[in-house]
Design a protein around this ligand. Structure first.
Ligand SMILES: Cc1ncc(COP(=O)(O)O)c(C=O)c1O
Length: 418
């Protein structure tokens, strides 16, 4: 029996015939995503076109190097795919150069550091207790092992980035690079202020825009590209592409960035993912994506307000983005217990560290529910379901579970699933 017959073998039916065990897992996960409320701030539903590119025979192709300069034969068409992805990324974000090969957001940050820094250099980034990412100096991560990180925080009263503190720390520690970006900061970042701080001490500015980059594409958040030397991003959050990373910079750093990705930190490019990134960039350039990005923010604002009205403490008293962080303590429940109760009711989200709060808080986002077509009215309903579930009790969980199922059933991400 031929292993490969035609591209259309990459369908659920083919998988079902050949490997029912794995097909069952994939179909089960597909149902889980559609049957519960996806409030994980870093997730979204990619389009069928993105999924088609991901499941295409481009997955078979080895392509070390860059378009026109590959170590493998037969790269003419994947070269075309990568050139399209690069051109679309540059146009979408107004960047002089784009590298679309990073396998993930973390790989993109690793490559940015490799391009600009040497082991032992000092880097100033948001401290992990305030919302810094693992790659911003966590001791368990390469960043904390190989660089000397200094952490800045947020103001204890407002929860906003303490720019005077960032400036003071920069002057004191003279970092080689300043990193701005976070896993949980719900407000816009003042890239111009960070640029000034970096310039003041002769440091590079690296923007880790993993979270807001999709809002940037849709014109709903400020663009770091004009301010940062290097911008790192993921392609799978609000941007709604495949799981992966990307780096944007000016032409003057293009070669250093490219060489930091390949051959320094990665091998062969994942051409199916790069094609899928190109599809997502194309979608993000369409007017409908601008509407989407603004609705994501409107939904997050509405949800934050409704959750606050139900008694949750919302960090910074609201949001400018897709992302909300909340302390459920006023409802008498800690973050971990809250996540468990919400999960039992079909509401899926993360816990996260909250500045100046002991224990874990909750992090949620509106990218996925907005892709499903929900708007402010549904956010008000979600807030009520959310707080009912938080108050606990098996009977309440069952009732909320049924209501969640009814709600998401009206907004199927990929049409009706059998
Ligand atoms: C600020 C920031 N940087 C980097 C990353 C890493 O992305 P990935 O999980 O794709 O490695 C994330 C992921 O959420 C992030 O929020």
């Amino acid at each position: 029996m031929a292993v490969v017959s035609a591209p259309h073998t990459a369908t659920p039916d083919a998988l079902l015939r050949q490997d029912p065990e794995m097909a069952e897992v994939i179909l089960g996960e597909t149902r889980r995503q559609a049957d519960s409320l996806q409030l994980i701030a870093a997730e979204n539903f990619t389009s069928p076109a993105v999924l088609a590119a991901l499941g295409s025979p481009l997955a078979n192709k080895y392509a070390e190097g860059y378009p026109g300069h590959r170590y493998h034969g037969g790269c003419e068409l994947v070269d075309a795919a990568e050139r399209i992805a690069i051109a679309r990324a540059k146009a979408l974000f107004g960047a002089g150069h784009a590298n679309v090969q990073s396998h993930s957001g973390s790989s993109a940050v690793l490559a940015a550091y490799a391009a600009l820094l040497r082991p032992g250099d000092t880097v100033l980034a948001m401290g992990l207790p305030y919302g810094g990412h693992l790659t911003h100096g966590a001791p368990v991560n390469f960043s904390g092992r190989w660089f000397d990180f200094v952490g800045y925080g947020v103001d204890a009263g407002t929860g906003l980035i303490d720019y005077p503190q960032v400036r003071a720390l920069a002057r004191e520690h003279r970092p080689k690079a300043v990193v701005c970006g976070s896993i949980s900061y719900p407000r816009h970042i003042d890239y111009a202020a960070f640029r000034q701080i970096a310039e003041d001490v002769g440091a590079y500015l690296i923007a880790d825009a993993a979270h807001p980059i999709g809002l940037v594409a849709g014109g709903a958040a400020p663009n770091p590209v004009p301010y940062a030397d290097v911008v790192c991003a993921t392609t799978h959050k609000v941007l709604r592409g495949p799981r992966g990373g990307m780096i944007l910079c000016g032409e003057e750093l293009a070669e250093r960035v490219d060489r930091a990705v390949f051959p320094f930190t990665q091998g062969g490019a994942q051409m199916h993912t790069i094609a899928a990134k190109a599809v997502a960039f194309g979608e993000a350039a369409a007017p409908a994506f601008t509407v989407y990005a603004h609705q994501v923010v409107a939904n997050a604002r509405a949800l934050a307000k409704a959750l606050a009205a139900e008694g949750l403490r919302i960090t910074t008293d609201g949001t400018d983005t897709h992302l909300i962080t909340a302390d459920p303590a006023p409802l008498g429940v800690d973050g971990r217990t809250a996540r468990g109760r919400l999960a039992a009711a079909g509401v899926v989200l993360d816990t996260c560290a909250l500045p100046y709060v002991e224990g874990r808080g909750l992090r949620l986002g509106t990218a996925a529910v907005t892709t499903q077509g929900m708007s402010e009215a549904e956010m008000a309903r979600i807030a009520l379901l959310f707080t009912s579930a938080l108050r606990g009790g098996a009977e309440t969980a069952r009732r909320v579970r049924a209501e969640v199922r009814e709600l998401v059933g009206r907004f199927p991400p990929y049409g009706k699933l059998s």
